[in-house]
Design a protein around this ligand. Structure first.
Ligand SMILES: Cc1ncc(COP(=O)(O)O)c(C=O)c1O
Length: 385
């Protein structure tokens, strides 16, 4: 028998039932449907890098909505190319951009590009165990978490995984059919694990030796969050392909795949497309977001606030390790159950996330204030002294 409507969610059961329903946000603050205030130290999973309801983004979105929301990519618009030029400049120049709507779509573009660049017979993508690259069938297979694969076999062919930080394993995996290596500069969903610079430099060297592309997934780490515009910049390497999404529209869905021009140029008209990708509305949000990020020097803000948050968390007796870069941090709890700590923090008005069973993830707004950092850590300290 069908359950009464009041008991049945209208949404598919892909997420657990939510503990809280939010209705409003401003800066680092959120309010739920009962009017209770929260400090948001998760930022919509590293999305709202400028905080909620940033006036520059809100104005840009509303002005663009009154001007031109959408035109097909069969025609031009003025906003998308402007955002692409800004991204290319922040990435050092010499590349081209494809726009989609999400991180997974940005990575799908990278995977298709790798196959186009590699040519027939050279299609493989090597990624690392513990990685996360998305939930579409191809990006799910690139995601190095076999437990997530099982229910959805068979997944698209052409993916293999090697241990994180293991250059010998990568060396062995780079067979002639491999077109690209795909990795995050900090494994985000995998527990906030930064790649040591020497590892990324070693990956670059191996890719050069074998003629494989180095594709860096900056969906979570990109656009200032780690204290640099892009996470790979901490290692001084130059990737061939960079994907990004989350922070790009400060909450308006937009993803981007950047590639060196000679790589991007292997795509031909008709090879790839997205109805909404780079449309004026989402691009206007990204243009405003990037303008504020540059004006505020978002990477410097993330470095400064991240150093303070690291110091405050490290001083807590209940925290055994703080890892990450800038404002993408994890606090390992000494003898702690991170899910229980997360739930109690939420009850006390702090939003964060148990990224592993024993670690809390912090990804607040890059514009977070010192007072907000102090308030958040004092809540954690009370919950897990
Ligand atoms: C590194 C990384 N890549 C890709 C994705 C997928 O992005 P989306 O959920 O926008 O498809 C995520 C999402 O968490 C991510 O962290």
């Amino acid at each position: 028998m069908t359950a009464p409507l009041t008991e049945r969610s209208p949404l598919m059961p892909t997420y657990p039932p939510p503990a809280v329903t939010f209705v409003r946000g401003k800066g680092s603050e959120l309010w739920d449907d009962a009017g209770k205030r929260y400090l948001d130290f998760l930022g919509g999973l590293a999305v709202t890098a400028l905080g909620h309801a940033h006036p520059a983004v809100a104005d840009a979105v509303s002005e663009q909505a009154r001007t031109l929301l959408h035109v097909s990519n069969l025609f031009g618009n003025t906003v998308g190319p402007e955002v692409a030029r800004t991204l290319d400049r922040l990435l050092g120049g010499g590349g081209q951009v494809f726009f989609g709507n999400s991180g997974a779509e940005a990575n799908e573009c990278a995977i298709k590009l790798a196959r186009r660049f590699g040519g027939r017979g050279r299609y493989g993508v090597v990624s690392t165990y513990g990685s996360f690259h998305g939930r579409t069938l191809a990006t799910l297979h690139a995601t190095g978490q076999p437990a997530k694969h099982e229910a959805f076999q068979p997944l698209p062919e052409g993916f293999k995984h090697v241990a994180w930080e293991d250059l010998d394993a990568l060396d062995a995996a780079l067979t002639p059919d491999v077109a690209a290596v795909l990795l995050e500069p900090i494994q985000g969903e995998g527990g906030v694990r930064p790649a040591p610079p020497a590892y990324l430099q070693g990956v670059r060297r191996l890719c050069d030796e074998r003629g494989a592309l180095l594709m860096v997934d900056e969906v979570q780490t990109g656009l200032g969050r780690t204290g640099a515009w892009f996470g790979f910049q901490h290692a001084g390497v130059e990737p061939d392909v960079v994907t990004m999404a989350k922070a790009l529209g400060n909450g308006v869905p937009i993803g981007a795949c950047w590639a060196r021009e000679d790589v991007a140029g292997t795509f031909e008209p008709g090879d790839h497309a997205s109805t909404f990708g780079g449309q004026p509305l989402a691009a206007a949000a990204a243009r405003a977001t990037l303008a504020v990020m540059e004006a505020e020097d978002a990477p410097a803000r993330a470095r400064r606030a991240g150093a303070r948050l690291t110091e405050l968390l490290t001083a807590l007796p209940g925290v055994s390790e703080v890892r990450g870069l800038g404002l993408l941090l994890a606090a390992e709890l000494a003898g702690g159950d991170a899910k229980a700590v997360q739930a109690e923090c939420l009850r006390r008005g702090l939003v964060l996330n148990a990224v592993t069973p024993t670690a809390l993830r912090f990804a607040p707004s890059l514009l977070v204030t010192d007072d907000e950092l102090d308030e958040a850590v004092s809540i954690v300290a009370r919950v897990h002294p």
